[in-house]
Design a protein around this ligand. Sequence first.
Ligand SMILES: Nc1ncnc2c1ncn2[C@@H]1O[C@H](COP(=O)(O)OP(=O)(O)OP(=O)(O)O)[C@@H](O)[C@H]1O
Length: 228
Amino acid sequence: MATKGLIIARDLVVGYGTDPVCAPVSVAVTEGTALGVVGPNGAGKSTVLQTMVGLLAPISGSVQFDGRDVDEREAGFRRDVATVLDDDAFFPSLTGQEHLLLTARGHGVDAAEDVVAAEIAEFGLQDRADALPSALSSGQRRRLALAAAFVRPARLLVLDEPERRLDTRMRRRLAERLREEVADGLTVVFASHDPEFLATLARRVLIVGDDACRLTGPAEAVAALHEG
Ligand SMILES: Nc1ncnc2c1ncn2[C@@H]1O[C@H](COP(=O)(O)OP(=O)(O)OP(=O)(O)O)[C@@H](O)[C@H]1O
């Protein structure tokens, strides 16, 4: 059983109502490491991530962040944990740039304008920074959602299929960027269907299944993804 880590799930049963969507999860994610989460469509990856960040209540078991039960309404938890689970979670009347500035300033970032400008460039949004989210392509919205996670400080970043709708170049860049952030101490938990993303970033991988959720190394998980 997992005992040490920034975020720890213990015998965590996740699902909707009283119906579990997968086998129980026990995992501890050490600070400054990345955990990949894999499994076929509908296996329960998103449900596990949402439960780990307190958006869904566990059916049973527990999740602790930094030694305390997860409560996403707590200011400290919201300050320390950034998520990119759903890229439609934008203020509809704010431009991309305004959304990023609000996020950065809300988190007390110094020189917010410079930080936002750097992430707009990093995510290739210079030409569309003044557009409303509804006027962006789905890939641009995805980039904006990811940029929002980087304009603010965080100890834990939770990403649901970060590679989704990104072109190959941006996908590789993002995986490398995340790897650098992890080397600098960030903890990352991410679900993915992309073997390259997984191999670049994950030190350990949780394979989500009906009969068991088990931990493995990235090589075995990548082989499993290639087998489909
Ligand atoms: N709001 C909900 N209410 C009831 N069941 C749901 C709800 N959301 C998802 N499910 C079901 O829970 C199961 C797990 O879904 P989940 O989205 O966690 O899978 P996933 O592993 O992330 O899949 P994918 O790879 O397709 O994104 C699926 O059978 C799905 O249909």
